[in-house]
Design a protein around this ligand. Structure first.
Ligand code: SAM
Length: 272
């Protein structure tokens, strides 16, 4: 066998298993979450408990969603097993709508050192459940974190930046070096906090905002070097773009998140 065991477990590459091993970083992450014992925490991919067990020391109950059966068995045998609501599932298929409907008026706190292969898709999937979410704390590979945080005019500013910043206030918590994981991934990571802007959806549902923004940003950034007015010509008139101070020489990367939000509102007003 040429794969190395870590705490009696062989990390599974296809599940993106890079376990956090630096106690200082783990402490920093847990402190940044500012947990109360009654918080409703959901962890995505608890793995060998690097974040889960310190969280269990603070809170009464945590729900953990994990795809790897071996890890489930490990968690069931742990001294904190009574504190954990352990669910064997693929989070990309997990029915969050049903899960959130089980308890009314509860706001969940999500945390996860997300497996790199699903991190963006999972993040986008969760936007639709924002009305049930108090905040989310996720680890992203550095490159993805830069895209999430990028400002207009920056080469990393794109569809993901606009989608993320439209729906969340994002705060970087700490950089995490690749040497802080086992096995060591190829690139560094950044741990981020996301707080949903849930006051926005007075006129239309969050689904409508989501799908309108997805369509507009996908179309706008499809040809980055082209002028925005031609990328969006099938959806918006040049007159409307000018009214929103989106000048005729603008490219998708020159438009602020606020201006995209105005485009979304105009789109919803005209098409729904
Ligand atoms: N939280 C642990 C830590 O920080 O050391 C483990 C993080 S590891 C990067 C990602 C974890 O997510 C692994 O435990 C992996 O098995 C789990 N995982 C991967 N894909 C998943 C999926 N689709 N659904 C649920 N869990 C998944």
């Amino acid at each position: 066998m040429n794969r190395i065991m870590y705490k009696k477990h062989i990390p599974v590459k296809r599940f993106g298993q890079n376990f956090l091993k630096n106690d200082i970083i783990i402490k920093k992450i847990i402190q940044s979450m500012n947990l109360n014992n009654f918080d409703n925490v959901i962890e995505i991919g608890p793995g060998l408990g690097a974040l889960t067990f310190p969280i269990c020391e603070i809170i009464d109950k945590i729900t953990v969603l994990e795809i790897d059966e071996n890890i489930i068995f490990f968690l069931l045998c742990h001294k904190y097993n009574k504190k954990m609501n352990i669910i064997l599932t693929d989070v990309m298929k997990f029915d969050f709508r049903y899960f959130f409907s089980l308890k009314k008026d509860v706001f969940y706190r999500l945390v996860g050192n997300l497996p790199y292969n699903i991190s963006i898709c999972f993040f986008l999937k969760m936007i639709l459940y924002n009305l049930h979410i108090y905040d989310m704390h996720f680890m992203f590979q550095e490159e993805v974190a830069y895209r999430l945080l990028a400002n207009p005019g920056h080469k990393k500013y794109g569809k993901l930046s606009v989608m993320a910043q439209f729906f969340y206030r994002i705060t970087p918590i700490t950089p995490v070096d690749k040497f802080d994981f086992f096995p060591k991934p190829k690139i560094n990571s950044i741990f981020l906090r996301f707080v949903p802007y849930n006051h926005k959806y007075d006129d239309y549902s969050i689904e409508k905002y989501f799908f309108a923004l997805e369509l507009i940003t996908r179309t706008a950034f499809q040809h980055r070097r082209k002028l925005l007015k031609s990328n969006l010509s099938n959806i918006f008139s040049e007159k409307l773009l000018l009214k929103l101070n989106i000048h005729s020489f603008f490219r998708a990367e020159n438009v602020s998140v606020y201006q995209y939000s105005l485009l979304v509102k105009n789109f919803l007003k005209s098409y729904t």
